[in-house]
Ligand binder design. Structure first.
Ligand code: GLA
Length: 394
């Protein structure tokens, strides 16, 4: 049994007992969907650019049993552990429903799409830290949708599910995000990162060769927790749209580095915002090639350029992210940058195996000396996308 299969087996067994405790019945299906870490290409996805994320071996588990009536009962063991009864017809998507809004949104859209109809008992659990920039919300949406459609006999293709999860994010959580997180959670394959061109939706699996580099992807959760609903994300997206308009294109990824002189003449801060997107987009194919070639020197430079660009041009870093990047690099991480939406969240590093302990110790010490809350660390493997991990045999 491979590591993924044995982890899935343990997940299915654990949620099975929680489902039994909450609803006094065993689940019919259990699905798992992963979170993600982005290796390169932040704030490029809603600009028609490229991204290079990988799914991680942490995520959300969703167990379901159908009911004969129209009642929907939901319990989340990683939230409040209480059984909530949701009346879908009366669900107000403009009120702040927290995590329940994501789940209700998935059930409502699945019903509208004809994938599912009727009552449910649903249990949720997960091991992704919330607000750490590792796409806990995409993993929740993708786990719920994967479980729901598996109750029906008709399969639904993965892109349709990713786009539905993306609609939930826009319409029920009111986050104007790009497609990277939901596409990764649905489409990733074990052992590789996912290169995605968001304008064509073309995907390529990219081998990371971490064994050749004798290194791990070590994540540092700064515990400065971000909320994409706070407005900074929407503000950056609006600036990109305004900059694209002034440059005479529909999406900033249609401009390349040869046009940077024109970008410099945009009014500030639109010049800096556009410069980040255009240079970051160019770093994605370079990073892909550097991973394929096992070229750690180039990865080091690209990660450093990306962090500086996100911090100075796009202004989405924060003190905790900057301190984590510096301390990790000083202690021997080969490459480090903030990852995801920013305003808090996590740093992604490529750290040699013999440096893991030093890097953790150095970041811990730097956080303590700055008076920041303690950071958390996760080593992650490129993992498979959403999947059914248990089905009751009738
Ligand atoms: C968040 C969004 C993504 C993407 C990243 C930044 O994770 O959900 O769509 O824009 O921020 O790269």
């Amino acid at each position: 049994m491979g590591p993924e299969t044995s982890a899935d087996f343990a997940r299915a067994r654990a949620i099975g007992s929680q489902h039994m405790a909450a609803f006094d019945r065993t689940p019919e299906v259990v699905a798992f969907a992963p979170g993600r870490v982005n290796l390169m290409g932040d704030h490029t996805d809603y600009n028609g650019g490229a991204v290079l994320p990988m799914a991680i071996d942490f995520g959300t588990v969703c167990a379901l049993s159908r009911r004969d009536d129209n009642v929907v009962r939901i319990v989340s063991h990683s939230a409040d552990g209480l059984v909530h009864t949701v009346v879908l017809d009366e669900f107000d998507k403009d009120a702040d429903g927290g995590w329940l809004a994501y789940v209700a949104g998935c059930i409502i859209l699945a019903t509208e799409n004809g994938w599912w109809h009727g009552g449910l008992d649903m249990s949720l659990d997960g091991d992704l830290p919330l607000g750490a920039g590792l796409s806990s919300s995409a993993s929740l949406e993708c786990a719920v949708l994967t479980a729901l459609v598996s109750l029906n006999s008709e399969p639904v293709d993965l892109w349709t599910l990713a786009l539905t999860a993306h609609r939930v994010e826009h319409e029920y959580a009111h986050v104007p995000c790009g497609i990277m997180d939901q596409a990764t959670s649905m489409l990733a394959e074990a052992g590789s990162a996912l290169h995605l061109d968001t304008s064509t939706r073309e995907t390529t699996q990219v081998a990371l060769h971490l064994d050749l580099l004798d290194a791990q992807i070590l994540l540092i959760d700064t515990n400065a927790h971000h909320e994409l609903t706070d407005g900074g994300y929407a503000d950056r997206r609006a600036s990109c749209e305004a900059a694209a308009g002034l440059l005479g294109v529909t999406l900033l990824a249609q401009v390349d580095e040869s046009d940077l002189a024109r970008v410099d003449s945009l009014p500030p801060p639109l010049d800096r915002r556009a410069r980040h997107v255009i240079t970051e987009n160019a770093r994605v194919p370079r990073t892909t090639k550097a991973f394929e070639d096992g070229d750690i020197g180039t990865l080091e430079r690209l990660f450093a350029q990306s962090h500086t660009s996100l911090a100075q041009d796009f202004e989405v870093s924060c003190a905790e992210l900057d301190v984590a990047v510096d301390a990790a690099r000083t202690a021997g991480a080969s490459a480090a940058r903030m990852t995801g939406g920013g305003f808090g969240g996590s740093v992604v590093t490529i750290t040699p195996n013999d440096r893991l302990a030093d890097v953790e110790a150095s970041v811990r010490a730097a956080f303590a000396s700055q008076g920041f809350p303690a950071p958390a660390f996760m080593t992650v493997r490129p993992s498979a996308g959403a999947r059914l991990i248990y089905r009751d045999v009738p």
